[in-house]
Design a protein around this ligand. Sequence first.
Ligand code: XBP
Ligand code: MG
Length: 234
Amino acid sequence: MPLEALIFDVDGTLAETEEVHRQAFNATFAAFGLAWHWDRALYAVLLKVTGGKERILHYVAGWQPPGGAAAAGQVAALHAAKTARYVALVEDGRIALRPGVGRLLAEARAAGLKLAIATTTSRPNVDSLIRATLGDGASALFDAVAAGDMVAAKKPAPDIYRLALAQLGSPATGCIAFEDSANGVRSAAAAGLAVVATPGLYSAHDDLSGAAVCHDDLSTVDLDSLRRLLAGRR
Ligand code: XBP
Ligand code: MG
């Protein structure tokens, strides 16, 4: 099966976004009068639960912070406010693509490959990141965007990758996924995809053994190496 498409995770893979997510969560908690603060060490633990709403509910259940019960009842409003803050921070230009990402996207498009996104994060976050890092109209680079609540079960479940594959109309055997985290690698691998892993700030110690290959970043990854990787799976 020839290489047809590249499917990218967003947070930690396209860009190091989690510090901006963390900042947006904390600012939102303060705006809602919640005396909560997620420092880096706590956030590393909470990140094991994917999805912002799910992460807030996990924190309330496990840490029982003040005001937790009431906050859980308005988690959708809390999360919508967090998304708005995150988008504003991204539009401020706080985030750059990780090394090699922009070049690999351009090479793939030039070679006629399809591009897709498969992420746990919310769609407005994806759109703002693509616009801020790749320019206005860059969403058109992607043939498929599977994001956030478009599936019921988030990573590590395979659903979001299955949705991206369905949107692409491509078989898993013709695609390669790019992921930074254990949850992401498990999700993509469970959907039958070969995975290229690039651990980031919050996933440096994750178990990425389900990936076909692991690189510090994507700066050394080119289409020839990806085609060899896919051929080697058969
Ligand atoms: C990472 C996540 C997301 C973000 C926050 O997803 O787990 O939940 O931390 O985004 P991925 P939301 O690596 O799959 O992109 O608050 O919008 O969920
Ligand atoms: Mg990720």
